[in-house]
Design a protein around this ligand. Structure first.
Ligand code: GLN
Length: 380
């Protein structure tokens, strides 16, 4: 394997989902719903296939989807973007992240990353040859250590890669935090790559896109996807929204990474993004109910649970159960208890920072959540 990928193992999500199947464990690990996306979106995909929409799409997205994405973003943020010049459809947000890194970062450029982070960030930055500077978000509230951030951002910084609502902690960046990031970026001419795939799963406060802050749109790539919002994580439809000069970099990388994205799924995404407001309201309400079941259950089991304001994850401190670290705890949990969680140390530049924390996903039906809690109550 190439040197830039030597240190990375099989992704933790793949490892854990294989173990879940092997041990017949209840999977609260990898973040995918165990229920299906809405019928009207599935019907739209079937119809598109029947209608012969099956050849390559335009590289940066079918025009109808670029327009639907721009319209949705406009409604969410108040920003008016040009669907033809500022929107790029990618194969999931993970590809959008890769395309932004590879298309806009030069080898040796310094990029700031908040730990814990979704594991693809570090690997993709490594592929792009970036120099990574980490800022750690710490429990109990995982807020940004603003003084540390101020010291870290210099005129050598090329970009900040951020994610709100935040995987794995469920933390949402507050307006004050976002304003601090914004003023540092403007002062030091820094780009922002913002992964907002959980924006519709914001329970405790309104989601704020950093691109909507004054002076920020022109330096921000906002990335999102269909997967979480429509419970269709396997469709891999994502996008990046950025001003034309940044979109150019994203599109150049995208053109040579995947060229284009599944045509029928793009047609279905057009239908999805036109969902009535009631769809988004119901989604949020359903997920909030799931969160409450899991949080209450984990507390009853004896975990110290940290508050999650958004996403479909919650992190908990496993140390009351006496295992030496997060990996040992998760192994025990799978083999002896029959439940899968994700050890968080893989989400840090310094793995020991995550050794007390494990992540549980609550994007599961109520019976599954209750079943997992029951197993933990009996066997932990
Ligand atoms: N983003 C999801 C998670 O964090 C799944 C990612 C993946 O499987 N690569 O669980």
């Amino acid at each position: 394997v190439a040197k830039r990928l030597e240190k990375f193992k099989t992704t933790i999500f793949t490892q854990m989902s294989i173990l879940a199947v092997k041990h017949g464990a209840i999977n609260l690990g990898q973040g995918f719903p165990n229920f299906d996306g809405p019928d009207f979106v599935k019907e739209a995909a079937i119809q598109a296939i029947k209608d012969g929409k099956n050849q390559y799409a335009r590289a940066y997205g079918i025009p109808e989807l670029n327009s639907a994405i721009a319209a949705r973003f406009g409604e969410d943020t108040g920003l008016v973007v040009d669907p033809e010049k500022e929107v790029t459809v990618t194969s999931g947000c993970t590809e959008a992240i890769a395309a932004a890194m590879l298309g806009l970062i030069n080898p040796g450029d310094e990029v700031i990353l908040f730990a814990p982070f979704y594991d693809s960030y570090e690997a993709t930055l490594s592929m792009a040859g970036a120099k990574i500077k980490g800022i750690t978000l710490r429990p109990p509230d995982f807020s940004i250590p603003l003084e540390e951030l101020k010291a870290a951002v210099t005129n050598k910084t090329r970009a900040i890669l951020m994610n709100t609502p935040h995987n794995p902690t469920g933390k949402m960046f507050t307006r004050e935090e976002l304003e601090t990031i914004a003023s540092l970026c403007i002062e030091n001419d820094v780009l922002v790559f913002s992964d907002e795939v959980y924006d519709k799963l914001a329970f405790e406060m309104d989601h704020i896109s950093i691109a909507s802050l004054p002076g920020m749109y022109e330096r921000t790539v906002t990335m999102n996807s269909l997967g979480k919002t429509f419970s269709l994580t396997g469709w891999k439809i994502g996008w990046a929204i950025a001003p034309p000069h940044l979109t150019w970099g994203v599109r150049q990388a995208h053109s040579y990474l995947t060229f284009a994205t599944s045509t029928p799924a793009q047609w279905a995404a057009v239908a999805a993004l036109k969902a009535p407001e009631s769809y988004f309201k119901e989604l949020k309400r359903d997920y909030n109910a799931k969160k409450e079941i899991l949080v209450k259950g984990l507390k009853e089991v004896g975990f110290k649970v940290f508050p999650s304001s958004g996403t479909y994850f919650v992190v908990a401190d496993h140390t009351p159960f006496g295992l030496e670290n997060d990996v040992a705890f998760c192994e025990y949990l799978i083999e002896e208890v029959g439940v899968v969680a994700i050890p968080t140390s893989v989400f840090y530049l310094k793995p020991e920072e995550g050794k007390n924390l494990v992540r549980f996903a609550f994007c599961k039906d109520e019976e599954t959540l209750r079943g997992a809690i029951e197993r933990m109550k009996q066997k932990l």
